[in-house]
Design a binder for this molecule. Structure first.
Ligand SMILES: NC(=O)C1=CN([C@@H]2O[C@H](COP(=O)(O)OP(=O)(O)OC[C@H]3O[C@@H](n4cnc5c(N)ncnc54)[C@H](O)[C@@H]3O)[C@@H](O)[C@H]2O)C=CC1
Ligand SMILES: O=C(O)[C@@H]1CCC=N1
Length: 277
């Protein structure tokens, strides 16, 4: 498997995170190629990871066995139409990580015979501690296994049986790091108002977030029980939790995550079959 070349079309934030995960997992740098129109992006990736870069997508389509489409949903149609011929000739496995864009839209641009896997990763892939939702349509068992193996370099992989669940994964774990970062930002801001300096605030918040995640993962206890164990009756945690509950924090999270899922579905509709430029 390590003999296979992975190509990224688009070398932005998510591609860089995935490449970081691959390299950290000993994927040979000479077996990774990325195309991006921005010279600055290419130079940065080259310097950081010593991988091959290209200023045109065709080169990646021709050289790679697994192609990760890591471009914005808005330009997916235009890029896919331009690559359709070379990708179908080479029988590559194509992994799309774009939010919203459905297999049926991708197949209408790349051809029905394409081996397609839709994946929703997240940025902690950079450290190999990401998680991806994966949905394979019309791929052989070997091709799906290859896609799972590639994505495993970025962290855990959860396979879903229905394509619509990729919108749910997007709302939970694809966008999810940003929700935790927002909470961290808010906690760090208040920590400073409470007299701690910036470095102390960041250290306290980061270690707390990490400790809470590790406890949830390693104890096997559910989040509600872990929360109860911190919350002494009449104590400080109860004072904060009561404030959260009185101000409908649970409802707010529910509405925010539904907004993300809805946007993923909308983007699929909005960017499918646009008038070609
Ligand atoms: N950032 C995230 O946390 C996640 C992003 N995604 C998906 O990953 C995809 C990329 O998102 P980001 O990396 O955040 O965006 P980004 O804007 O950081 O990266 C996109 C890259 O594509 C390049 N590009 C523009 N036109 C191109 C073309 N014609 N051919 C090749 N490359 C081109 C840009 O120069 C840029 O470097 C999106 O579809 C997004 O939905 C999925 C999961 C998480
Ligand atoms: O915000 C977005 O649309 C992408 C998809 C998931 C995370 N970032």
């Amino acid at each position: 498997m390590a003999s296979c070349t992975i190509g990224f079309i688009g070398g932005g934030n998510m591609a860089a995170s995935m490449i970081g995960g691959l390299i950290a997992n000993q994927w040979p740098a000479e077996k990774i190629i990325v195309s991006d129109p921005t010279a600055e992006t290419r130079n940065k990736l080259q310097q950081q990871f010593s991988i091959t870069t290209a200023d045109n997508n065709q080169q990646v389509a021709e050289q790679a066995d697994v192609i990760v489409l890591a471009i914005k949903p808005q330009i997916m149609q235009q890029v896919c139409l331009a690559l359709a011929e070379s990708l179908s000739q080479k029988q590559s496995v194509v992994i799309s990580i774009a939010a919203g864009i459905t297999c049926s839209a991708l197949k209408s641009w790349l051809g029905d015979s394409i081996s397609l896997v839709r994946v929703m990763p997240n940025t902690p892939a950079l450290l190999g501690v990401g998680i991806s939702g994966l949905y394979a349509q019309g791929t052989s068992a070997e091709q799906k296994a290859l896609a799972i193996e590639v994505m495993s370099s970025a962290g855990e992989v959860v396979e879903v049986e229905q394509e619509s669940l990729i919108d749910s994964v997007t709302a939970i774990s694809g966008s999810g790091p940003a929700y935790f970062f927002l909470l961290m930002e808010a906690m760090e801001k208040t920590a400073q108002q409470l007299g701690l300096n910036q470095q102390q605030a960041a250290q306290l918040v980061q270690a707390t977030a990490n400790g809470a995640a590790q406890m949830a993962k390693q104890t096997g206890l559910d989040a509600a029980e872990l929360r109860r164990r911190v919350t002494s009756p009449g104590g400080t945690t109860a004072a904060a939790i009561n404030q959260f509950i009185d101000e409908d924090f649970i409802g707010l999270v529910d509405r925010a995550l539904h907004a993300a899922e809805k946007r993923s579905i909308e983007m699929g509709e909005q960017f499918a079959n646009q008038e070609t430029l």
